[in-house]
Design a protein around this ligand. Structure first.
Ligand code: MN
Length: 306
């Protein structure tokens, strides 16, 4: 795609240099930031994630031939636009779910697929609700150090998938956690490839296991940046040592091409805990772009079948 060129350190910000809009008409792939961190049980600050990710995404989207190792430019394959950040819940956590659910539904109703930038992981709750209302129960492909399926009546960034299961939004028989390295007493029947298994397995083998699990089901990809070892992603709310590298994570994601992803999110970048080089936000921006590519490939695959 021929880009209207802004330097990487100046000019307007949109995710992956895709351009801003507020009009979902004719958009194929929509990006939405959710600057929310009142669901975190650890260090706050993920409300600053969307802006930090967009800032680093300017580097990630620098080339008009697209992003390595994908062999095309997603902005040529589909009309990609950044819808900015959802607002209207500042200091009122009870408003988060209805406001984000309504915004997501309004974009999905246009036929676009949605990639969201967190925010703490609780933002996946209204997003899964919006997607499941359209597609039915979804295969959850979940990269994280934590299962976020704690059996607890409270709604926060460690319980929202338990509640999503109870609401019927998640098809546990097709779902998989990857990278777990915290206690997980109740699996709910979701398959697990924990962090030590990742260390033993090649990225291709992990991708193959995920593909076997999901099959042809419609899938939602959620990527908590704390999947990565804190050496690669220190700026997050609840870091856990012993995770994979960014390169490994990206190699797994590349291997997921072909799955029928209908939506996704990248969450838990909290940039105030960065060192000087913004590595966490850069990792988040790159992984979010990989998810955008997977959404694009799945969309093309569905169109080819029509
Ligand atoms: Mn986590």
């Amino acid at each position: 795609m021929a880009l209207d060129w802004d330097d990487s350190y100046s000019g307007d910000l949109s995710f992956f240099r895709s351009g801003r809009t507020d009009d979902p008409e004719s958009v194929d792939l929509a990006i939405l930031g959710i600057p929310y961190d009142l669901g975190t049980t650890g260090r706050p600050g993920a409300r600053f994630g969307p802006r930090a990710i967009r800032e680093q995404s300017v580097h990630v989207g620098e080339f008009e031939w697209g992003l390595w190792p994908w062999n095309f430019d997603v902005r040529d394959a589909h009309k990609v636009r950044d819808f900015g950040d959802v607002q209207g819940f500042t200091a009122y956590p009870d408003r988060l779910t209805p406001v984000v659910h309504e915004k997501a539904k309004s974009i999905l109703a246009s036929g676009a697929n949605l990639l969201c930038l967190g925010g703490d992981h609780f933002v996946s709750y209204p997003l899964l609700k919006a997607h499941a209302e359209i597609h039915g129960p979804l295969a959850l492909v979940h990269f994280d150090a934590h299962s976020d399926t704690w059996v607890d009546g409270d709604l926060n960034h460690g319980t929202m998938f338990y509640h999503g299961i109870r609401e019927g939004w998640i098809d546990c028989s097709r779902s998989i956690h990857v990278g777990l390295r915290t206690p997980n007493p109740e699996t709910h029947g979701i398959e697990i490839i924990d962090a030590n298994a990742c260390l033993e397995m090649s990225a291709q083998a992990v991708a193959a296991r995920i593909k076997d699990r999901v099959g042809t089901a419609k899938a939602y990809l959620t990527f908590d940046i704390d999947f990565l070892d804190p050496a690669f992603a220190p700026a997050t709310g609840t870091p856990v040592i012993g995770g994979p590298s960014v390169a490994y994570a990206r190699h797994v994601l590349e291997g997921l091409a072909g799955l029928d992803f209908v939506g996704g999110d990248q969450v838990e970048v909290a940039p105030h805990y960065e060192g000087p080089s913004q590595i966490t936000a850069l990792a988040g921006a790159t992984i979010a772009a990989d998810i955008l590519y997977l959404l694009s490939l799945a969309r093309s695959q569905r169109q080819d079948k029509i």
